[in-house]
Design a protein around this ligand. Structure first.
Ligand code: HBI
Ligand code: FE
Length: 387
């Protein structure tokens, strides 16, 4: 405090305003030149109010700084989260409900050979460590043929129905000889391509990851991508993500700077978030990154990966059947959804920039008592809990 005990009174008043309860108070003459007192306060209050209290105190010039000490009920309630891209080696927890062994509706459920092949490819992801090159896969003729069928339908539908950012990036992937009809692209080549455009990179994933782990990687501009291929009998549908979905659905837009930024911001917002907030962020992700529609010269276009990699749902989304609503994070984030049938509701963004603005405003209302910033030089997330 720079102006003596008078400022302590103001701190106490501010804490009272935010309904905090003081458990302990200590002051001592400060060692810092120009600062008269250090004060240590222990308070109990809700996380939301605490965040606002800190913001409010930071705005006052009477204080040399407000430091949040690690307090029991903050550190214990904040889940562990990765702070460096290499920590993502620990973020590979799977949701197994759609794996071919466990999901009776999976087209590979009764196909032992398919399940073996899928497992063999998934092993690569379990063994993968940060910094390794992504091992290449010799895809079989049948796997490449499945890719080719989906690739050709995307080529047909894209000119009319995909947003311009997708088309531009798709063209670049073709020009780089990464997207060709007759063979599945290797993740390592795709990763190098993305790194040059937006700094995104890939790491191999063994299947459907938990939302927390999946979203956390986006904070580091890392996209966890499966590497196995859907069942040959079902080229146009897969219950779990496969590399055709990742490559044709997600990769082109991750090469777009504005969309890449939006993706990273969802990831940053997820770090250390509560379970219910992870649920909301997943829902936003679902209705934007997976199933999002946007406007382009008064026309409706698709940018969601699940739409762009699934012809059936793409045509359904752009027909007059579903209900369309404007993207608004506060309401979109609590809209229930299912993953068994086509969506009855889609959310329409004005543009990526507009979606990002709205998302930022909404994230600032979340209850996390600290902010995070990604330092691209160190690939480290810095936690800002004091100024
Ligand atoms: N895991 N491998 C993988 N790919 C995804 O696209 C994916 C995921 N886990 C969760 C998820 N997507 C989303 O539906 C949200 O829950 C984040
Ligand atoms: Fe996806």
């Amino acid at each position: 405090m720079r102006d003596g005990m008078g400022s302590l009174a103001r701190i106490l008043k501010t804490i009272d305003n935010y309904k905090g309860c003081i458990q302990h108070l200590e002051t001592r003459p400060s060692q810092v030149p120009g600062v008269q007192f250090d004060a240590l306060l222990k308070v109990t209050m809700s996380r939301i109010n605490l965040l606002q209290l800190i913001r409010s105190l930071r705005q006052s010039t009477a204080f040399a700084g407000v430091n949040l000490m690690s307090e029991n009920n903050i550190s214990s309630k904040t889940p562990w989260f990765p702070c460096h891209a290499s920590d993502l080696d620990n973020c590979n927890h799977l949701m197994t409900k759609y794996e071919p062994e466990l999901d009776m509706n999976h087209p590979g459920f009764a196909d032992k050979e398919y399940r073996e092949r899928r497992k063999q490819i998934a092993e690569i992801a379990f063994a993968y460590k940060y910094g390794d090159p992504i091992p290449s896969i010799s895809y079989t003729e049948s796997e490449n043929a499945t890719w080719q069928r989906v690739f050709n339908t995307v080529l047909d539908l894209m000119p009319k129905h995909a947003c311009k950012e997708y088309k531009v990036a798709f063209g670049k992937l073709q020009a780089a000889d990464i997207f060709v009809p007759h063979r599945i692209p290797q993740l390592e080549d795709v990763s190098s391509f993305l790194r040059k455009h937006t700094g995104f990179t890939l790491r191999p994933a063994a299947g459907l990851l938990t939302a927390r782990d999946f979203l956390a990687s986006l904070a580091f501009r890392v996209f966890q991508s499966t590497q196995y291929v859907r069942h040959a009998n079902s080229p146009f549908h897969t219950p779990e993500p496969d590399c055709i979905h990742e490559l044709l659905g997600h990769i082109p837009l991750l090469a777009d700077p504005s969309f890449a930024q939006f993706s990273q911001e969802i990831g940053l917002a997820s770090l250390g978030a509560s379970d219910s907030e992870i649920e909301k962020l997943s829902t936003v992700y679902w209705f934007t990154v997976e199933f999002g529609l946007c406007k382009e010269n008064q026309q409706l276009k698709a940018y969601g990966a699940a739409l762009l990699s699934s012809i059936g749902e793409l045509l359904h989304a752009l027909s007059d059947k579903p209900e369309l609503r404007p993207f608004e994070p506060a309401s979109t984030s609590v809209q229930p959804y299912q993953d068994q049938e086509y969506q009855p509701i889609y959310y329409v963004a004005e543009s990526f920039e507009d979606a990002k603005e709205k998302f930022r405003r909404w994230v600032s209302t979340m209850s996390r008592p600290f902010e995070v910033r990604f330092n691209p030089h160190t690939e480290r997330v810095e936690v800002l809990d004091s100024v």
